[in-house]
Design a protein around this ligand. Structure first.
Ligand SMILES: Cc1cc2nc3c(=O)[nH]c(=O)nc-3n(C[C@H](O)[C@H](O)[C@H](O)COP(=O)(O)OP(=O)(O)OC[C@H]3O[C@@H](n4cnc5c(N)ncnc54)[C@H](O)[C@@H]3O)c2cc1C
Length: 413
């Protein structure tokens, strides 16, 4: 039974820790509900130092578009997106190639590319429209205590400590989750020995809205189409080569890129600033505790090889919103394990599948062991010529496989 907390400003039904891409989307999904929601975010949302809304661009799957449309966020940034009409996957030095085409799957686009900063400002604008949402920012969680009937957290805001109470804490505070550390929740974690160097580059030939993924012995190179014939680049390098590649001047960097990617786009003539992200895989050993649930990168971090991290996180949002809203209408205590287990059970298969696919891809496509290189090349070739296999890969990339929550199916909750 949902017994209300005292109604002063520091008591909430739901407190979301982390107002990044996933946490802010979660808050929007609970907007307009008869629930008091607080969002605690360490960085000012409009600041350049905000780590979730940085210079990266993100590939949004078709399924994520449906969720963002359901949350009325999509329209706020749709003029800034670039559609992915085709995906071209190749393996440097080997014959196999797979081509996925939106027309063959019967959709206008396989996915969309948008700059993180653009999504950030749309989420920020949307969040401020809801009267039931209180943005507590900049503020940092420093302590957490789980009680029988509520969770109590201490935050630091304006150099003052403040205690907030809530029926449920949603931890969306990223890969180094402070909530996870407070609760001493262990995780499966490994490093790939690779770093993603991201930038924006301009090819000499038109990209025709094709996304490219090229596997090379040092790791994958991904190019996502952007407006004005620019491409968002994710260049994976071995950790030991990171400093050297970051130190290259622009001409040297573009020539390194041409060696890795080849001349399918006629070479490159312009590059923007570069940033580096170490690549890791992480899965928290517990995704729920009484009064706490983990979503997005706080629950699982995957290699960006298939551009799945945020797409996975927004599907967490979609399912958790559905579970919480339906149980709230049934007057259930949202922090009880029974409710949180419903969420966990629904999300686990997709999370495990995507983690397994990305991890396998990251490993087999960075390995030059000859029989393995031959097998993966044959795999790409077969995927290109066997229509049902190709269709299944396209549906997976579009984020429309498995049991989908209502928002993912374009339905309201
Ligand atoms: C190179 C690269 C390319 C990628 N490309 C893609 C792609 O194409 N498609 C895709 O779907 N995904 C992609 N991803 C993954 C995607 O960026 C992440 O999955 C996504 O950003 C996770 O969002 P999040 O909100 O869960 O975590 P984060 O973005 O880490 O946000 C966490 C938030 O919590 C806040 N916070 C942290 N600690 C505290 C605290 N103690 N108190 C208060 N607030 C706190 C932080 O300030 C931050 O705003 C890529 C990742 C990388 C590294």
């Amino acid at each position: 039974m949902n017994t209300p907390l005292d109604t002063d400003a520091d008591n909430f039904d739901v407190l979301i820790v982390g107002g990044g891409m996933v946490g802010a989307s979660m808050a929007c999904a609970l907007g307009k509900q008869n629930l008091s929601v607080g969002v605690i975010e360490a960085f000012p949302l409009r600041s350049h130092s905000q780590p979730s809304y940085d210079a990266r661009s993100i590939a949004l799957a078709y399924g994520s578009r449906r969720i963002l449309e359901g949350l009325a966020i999509w329209d706020l940034f749709k003029s800034d997106i670039s559609a992915i009409k085709k995906i071209h996957i190749s393996d440097q030095g080997h014959f196999g190639v797979t081509r996925l085409d939106s027309q063959q799957v019967g959709v206008n686009a396989l996915g969309y590319v948008v700059e993180n900063r653009v999504i950030g400002s749309a989420l920020n604008e949307k969040l401020r429209q809801f009267e039931n949402i209180q943005l507590i920012c900049p503020a940092k969680l420093i302590d957490l205590f789980i009680n029988e009937n509520f969770a109590s957290i201490t935050i630091e805001q304006d150099q003052q400590k403040r205690t907030l109470k809530s029926k449920l804490i949603i931890a969306a505070d990223g890969a180094n989750s402070a909530v996870r550390k407070q609760l001493a929740i262990d995780c499966h974690h490994w490093e790939y020995g690779q770093t993603a160097i991201i930038s924006t580059v301009s090819p000499r030939k038109p990209h025709h809205n094709i996304a490219y993924e090229r596997f090379t012995s040092s790791g994958p190179v991904a190019l996502l189409p952007l407006s004005e014939n620019r491409c968002s680049l994710v260049l994976t390098v071995r950790d030991e080569n990171k400093e050297e590649i970051l130190a290259l001047n622009d001409a040297q960097f573009l020539s390194h890129l041409e060696q890795r990617f080849g001349y399918r786009l006629g070479g490159f003539h312009k590059t923007a600033k570069r940033s580096a992200y170490p690549l890791t895989m992480m899965r928290a050993k517990e995704h729920i505790r009484k009064r706490v649930v983990f979503i997005g990168n706080a629950a699982h971090t995957v290699h960006p090889i298939a551009g799945q991290g945020f797409n996975l996180g927004i599907r967490d949002v979609s399912q958790l919103a559905e579970t919480l809203i339906l149980n709230h209408r049934a007057h259930k205590d949202l922090g009880c394990l029974g409710v949180l287990k419903q969420y966990e059970k629904r999300r686990k298969p997709d999370q495990i599948k995507v983690a397994a696919i990305t991890d396998t891809l990251a490993r087999i496509f960075s390995n030059e062991f000859a029989p393995l290189a031959h097998a993966r090349s044959s795999g790409l070739f077969l995927a290109d010529i066997i229509p049902p296999l190709k269709h299944q890969i396209a549906r997976q990339a579009m984020g429309v496989t498995g049991r989908l929550p209502r928002l993912s199916r374009g339905l309201s909750i």
